[in-house]
Design a binder for this molecule. Structure first.
Ligand SMILES: Nc1ncnc2c1ncn2[C@@H]1O[C@H](COP(=O)(O)OP(=O)(O)OP(=O)(O)O)[C@@H](O)[C@H]1O
Length: 579
């Protein structure tokens, strides 16, 4: 246990952040208890019926659900309802800055992404769905400038575009035209919500109509994980601040790992300084051991001292450095000293320190680096996604997340065939035909399980199976609409590792007793030693990874680099063990 004074100091910081008057910025270290602080702030609200509420905004549904759950667990279900609001930034912008200005018909709807509906780009020479074109938004010009992020296309989409006879210019025009057509039918995603929110806030008449109700509804708007705010998000928040909406931003600029969406640590710092001259920092880490706090400090800006480990000063396990022979497939990375697989080697070492493997996780920047069950490739074509889903359905010990994802893919494929003319996502189709989620998921999973193992000529077999499968109520197939085509890219089935594995981006906000970070690229140590985390996002990604660990942090790197990292960390007073 740490000394009572360390704990008291961290609690005092938390209490100051709970009580601070808006506008305010709370920069928080990893494991600082951001969610705890935000919900405690909310739980202080009096029980009587309030005229004004508080908005708690997060970037993910998981964070949103966690905050709502804590309020309910504290016996304050009232704090989840109006006049309060607990939700994602997308839904906040949509509810309060976009929807009130839309016509009632067609019913305006916020989609999680264009992938939620079947929206191919129209008027070009090959079929690519709208969701495969990420967009950027520069808020500085008026109106804000949108563009297709051509450099962020996934591999498959790039190949398709390169093989197309249409120019990039034509694609861009058709992408925006297709998007416009969907918006005219009432469909929008978070990106369009931002474009419209900016537009409305910059238009005096719309701004007056929106801001009056917003100010009278909310005494305060709290933004969690503020480091994930893009430039457009910050521009919107700036306009709200200028209009007198009291803001509280809570976040860790060192954990900004969405630069490609325009989230830059410097931009947050600049905005925070405009919000309030004094920050209310949280530097007590309630999660990690002192060794992990020290390791983390080597990966962040400004040479600040390590954060204070609040809960564990008796548990000084050194940072483990694993010399590895990396292979192209994650499941064939070998631990050089023993010749065993990387996961087995990590498991054995973790157990030496009484860290049970089931409380550990393995992470890397890219999916491809990870061992274990093959990942679904993001944004791939339908037949490849379905092949992945079928593999998952047949993998013993597949994770709940993978199974849910596999089921979603099967539902999308079956619905595309059974309800071809119907726009909208599965939810809308289910509502129209009074289908229950259980019924739909059982059908989709049974169908998936029945499919033969994927191979290059798999699509015709899938098509036969789709036609033969007993349809759900209301199904009205039209000829070959929804027929899967093409050849799937097949990934070799891999045994599940028994350890949680995920990319760093998927681990935000997560934690585990032991964490193994894989750094397969040559030159990683050089980067660790010399790059600046303020400008090099890769270091911030490593920072997020190691700070998920409670007791044991391990880094796997090419065997010829291990000693260099050991020297670097030792120089910076981080105990290490090469094993
Ligand atoms: N005052 C407190 N007393 C006891 N435990 C706390 C306190 N504050 C936070 N914790 C615990 O510390 C851990 C880390 O908190 P949390 O996950 O909210 O951190 P975070 O600030 O969101 O971190 P990160 O940004 O790294 O994800 C949690 O297990 C939480 O329950």
């Amino acid at each position: 246990m740490t000394s009572p004074s360390v704990r008291a100091g961290a609690l005092t910081q938390q209490q100051a952040a709970v009580a601070v008057t808006a506008p305010a910025f709370v920069p928080a270290c990893p494991g600082a208890g951001k969610t705890h602080v935000i919900t405690s702030r909310h739980l202080q609200s009096p029980r009587r019926l309030l005229r004004q509420g508080r908005a708690l905004i997060s970037f993910t549904r998981v964070a949103r659900d966690q905050m709502a759950r804590r309020c309910r667990q504290a016996g304050r279900a009232d704090l989840v309802q109006a006049p309060h609001f607990i939700g994602t930034l997308d839904s906040f912008l949509w509810e309060f800055l976009v929807k009130p200005r839309r016509a009632a018909e067609p019913v305006p709807r916020l989609l999680e992404s264009w992938a939620s509906i079947k929206a191919p780009v129209e008027g070009v020479d090959r079929e690519i769905s709208l969701h495969r074109f990420p967009m950027t938004l520069d808020p500085s010009p008026i109106p804000a400038r949108e563009a297709v992020a051509w450099d962020k296309l996934d591999y498959d989409t790039r190949q398709l575009i390169e093989a197309s006879a249409c120019s990039q210019q034509t694609w861009q025009e058709k992408i925006f035209a297709t998007r416009k057509a969907w918006c005219e039918q009432g469909y929008f995603t978070g990106h369009e919500a931002r474009v419209l929110a900016l537009w409305n806030l910059r238009n005096p008449e719309a701004a007056t109509a929106l801001l009056g109700p917003l100010r009278s509804r909310f005494a305060e708007v709290v933004v969690d994980e503020a480091q994930d705010c893009s430039a457009a998000d910050l521009a919107i928040l700036q306009l709200l601040h200028d209009a007198g909406v009291p803001l509280v931003l809570v976040g860790d600029p060192d954990q900004a790992i969405y630069a490609w969406r325009g989230a830059e640590p410097q931009a947050l710092h600049a905005f925070a300084a405009r919000l309030s001259p004094t920050a209310h920092p949280l530097t007590g880490n309630w999660r990690s051991s002192p060794v992990i706090c020290r390791l983390a400090a080597t990966l962040r800006t400004g040479q600040r001292p390590p954060d204070t480990s609040v809960v564990r000063d008796d548990d000084d396990i050194p940072v483990l450095l694993l010399p590895i022979q990396f292979a192209t497939s994650g499941s064939r990375h070998l631990h050089a000293p023993t010749g065993t697989g990387i996961v087995d080697a990590f498991r054995t070492l973790a157990e030496e320190y009484t860290v049970p493997a089931e409380n550990c996780l393995v992470t890397a920047y890219k999916y491809a680096t990870l061992p274990g069950i093959t990942r679904e490739k993001p944004n791939t074509n339908t037949i490849t996604s379905l092949a992945w889903a079928r593999t998952v359905a047949h993998t013993p010990d597949a994770s709940g997340d993978d199974l849910t994802r596999a089921c979603t893919i099967a539902v999308r494929v079956l619905f595309g065939y059974w309800y071809p003319g119907e726009t909208g996502g599965p939810d809308r189709i289910m509502a129209t035909h009074r289908l229950s989620a259980g019924q739909v998921n059982r059908t989709a999973f049974a169908f998936l399980h029945s499919l033969p193992p994927p191979h290059r000529e798999w699509a015709p077999q899938v098509w036969q199976a789709m036609k033969a499968w007993p349809a759900l109520p209301g199904a009205a197939p039209q000829g070959s609409k929804g027929r899967p085509a093409g050849k799937p890219t097949i990934s070799r089935p891999q045994a599940a590792t028994g350890l949680r594995t995920n990319t760093v981006h998927q681990l935000k906000g997560d934690q585990a007793d032991g964490v193994l970070l894989l750094l397969p690229d040559a030159g990683s140590v050089q980067r660790w030693a010399t790059a600046d985390p303020a400008t090099d996002e890769v270091l911030r990604i490593w920072y997020v990874a190691v700070t998920r660990a409670r007791r044991l942090a391990a880094v796997a790197l090419p065997e010829q680099e291990t000693d260099a990292l050991a020297r670097l960390l030792t120089e910076r007073q981080v105990p290490v063990r090469v094993a």
